[in-house]
Write a protein that binds this ligand. Structure first.
Ligand SMILES: [Mg+2]
Length: 247
């Protein structure tokens, strides 16, 4: 157990909501490279998966960077699903390399990748331990076509599940969290939001008024503000914290 409580004793939550990828399910770069290897093989592309990934990732990171204007949300570009954005990133790679390849098929394979990720060993038990004690929710930056089959594959049950696609907005935008609170019918101060990303999850949850829980599986340092209210290394610790504060 390695629980850190930063803002004194947190209040008992009515709901606990989770990020999905790298919080409930793994989504490693190594696995992505295997998928890129499959696209290379299927389309007989003249590069290795490392080069392909690096070229594509440059465009993909740019998509993530410009998709949400936190200060002026109304200035954010029109919403784009991952399938659409990723397909465009593949097209940009093929264009820069002068390749006549199929970006739609590549985007399809990348989207399929999100339906089939390994669940973390603590996820199922952690949710079992919380069931019936608090409402449970998910908000994931994801397309429904990836997120919903993935949650169903482990028979995970939640009171409310939302994706950036169903909400039409990406974390850390305030509107994403408001969509979640509304779906859970719970005030922000009564929600704990659990995620692995200090920007999308902790900053987003903090701005929206939730108690933030950072799942830090790899012993990383907090390298940006705000620091999470609660830090854990294993999801099962949540149940122990509830007991500790009287839940
Ligand atoms: Mg995540």
């Amino acid at each position: 157990m390695a629980v850190t409580l930063r803002s004194g004793q947190p209040e008992l939550p009515e709901a606990i909501a989770f990020d999905c990828y790298r919080t409930l399910f793994d989504n490693s770069h190594d696995d992505w490279k295997l998928t890129f290897g499959e696209i290379i093989e299927a389309q007989n592309l003249p590069m290795d998966s490392e080069e392909f990934w690096t070229r594509w990732r440059k465009y993909e990171v740019n998509f993530r960077k410009i998709r949400t204007d936190l200060g002026r949300p109304f200035d954010s570009p029109p919403f784009k699903s991952y399938r659409q954005a990723w397909t465009e990133c593949f097209q940009q790679v093929f264009d820069e390399m002068g390749l006549d390849a199929d970006a739609v098929a590549a985007g399809d394979r990348a989207s399929l990748h999100m339906t089939d990720r390994p669940v973390y060993p603590d996820t199922v038990e952690a949710l079992e331990l919380l069931k019936g004690r608090v409402k449970l929710g998910v908000f994931s930056n994801a397309d429904d076509e990836g997120l919903l089959p993935l949650l169903a594959s482990e028979r995970l049950e939640f009171d409310f599940v939302a994706s950036s696609q169903s909400a039409g907005v990406y974390k850390p935008a305030l509107a994403a969290f408001e969509h979640l609170f509304e779906g859970l019918r719970t005030e922000p101060v009564k929600v704990w939001y659990v995620g692995d990303q200090l920007f999308d999850d902790v900053l987003g949850g903090y701005r929206a008024g939730a108690t933030t829980v950072w799942i830090n599986r790899n012993g990383e340092e907090v390298d940006r503000e705000p620091a999470p209210d609660i830090e854990i290394t294993d999801l099962r610790e949540l149940s122990g914290i509830l007991e500790h504060i009287g839940g």
